[in-house]
Design a protein around this ligand. Sequence first.
Ligand SMILES: Cc1cc2nc3c(=O)[nH]c(=O)nc-3n(C[C@H](O)[C@H](O)[C@H](O)COP(=O)(O)O)c2cc1C
Length: 278
Amino acid sequence: MLPRRRFYSVPCMVKAPGQFGFLSALVRIVRGRPHVPPAVADNPLLQRILRRRSVRRYDDRPLPDEVFAAILEAARVAPSTVNLQTWSFALFTAESWRATFGRPIPFQAQRAVIVLADTHRARTVFEAFPRSPLIEYTIGVMNAALAAMNMTLAAEALGVSSVMLSETGRSGLLDAAYLKDKLGLPDGVVPLMTIVFGYAKGPRPPMPPRLPLQEICFTGCYRETDPLVMRRWLEEMIAGYKAAFPRSSFEAQLHVYRSRIGQAEQELRRLVLGDDTN
Ligand SMILES: Cc1cc2nc3c(=O)[nH]c(=O)nc-3n(C[C@H](O)[C@H](O)[C@H](O)COP(=O)(O)O)c2cc1C
């Protein structure tokens, strides 16, 4: 845990908000709602998409096998580049997670899926294609991420909550080399994320602050985002983090990422590009 004063030295664009800014940022978060035209607001699929939240507290109700099977089927039918289906999924129960990684499954969830970008499988039939690691990686990531999203939405439809994690609970970032070793991954199979599933305990968390639609869309030429909008967003992120995790801080979380990003980048370069230079 970092000393409190480091919280005010966030090496980002802005300073952390003062107390008044903190409170008004919290109010903005709690008031934040997705906006959709009333004419379509009742659509059940749209409602599921808008209501989905990353959930980090689960109760001990078991997830029935058929529910988990349906979630996986949603991954299998996801769209993919040239229908290449460049993904693999490593499946875990709480017990098998502990047996594999020697630690509890994150957030006491019932099941976990490690989502892998997998261009290895397709290479077995498309051998004549020249090696193109960046293209393969991009395609692999895109497709596997779409399958991941399909899983979380299928889960929501069945009343099951989830959260995507960029690590395995080993407190790493991607954990690429660790997982290659643990799961015996061949070249061309790269871990992307873990998704844990279970039944939510307690109320649904509020929506973390989203940027306004007009700041993320443009017609014609690219338009820079208003710095004030970014400042407000960062204030809300810091305040929301503090409210959700009172014993930590957004700065502490950034510090974790900063300290791990170099190693994660090196591991990925090695795995994806075969680059051994530091
Ligand atoms: C690829 C990916 C990795 C993520 N990694 C983590 C993580 O390591 N830990 C965590 O608590 N949340 C993680 N999240 C969840 C995000 O924090 C969350 O999606 C974001 O704050 C928006 O909140 P919402 O999903 O409730 O809308 C991840 C999300 C994605 C898509």
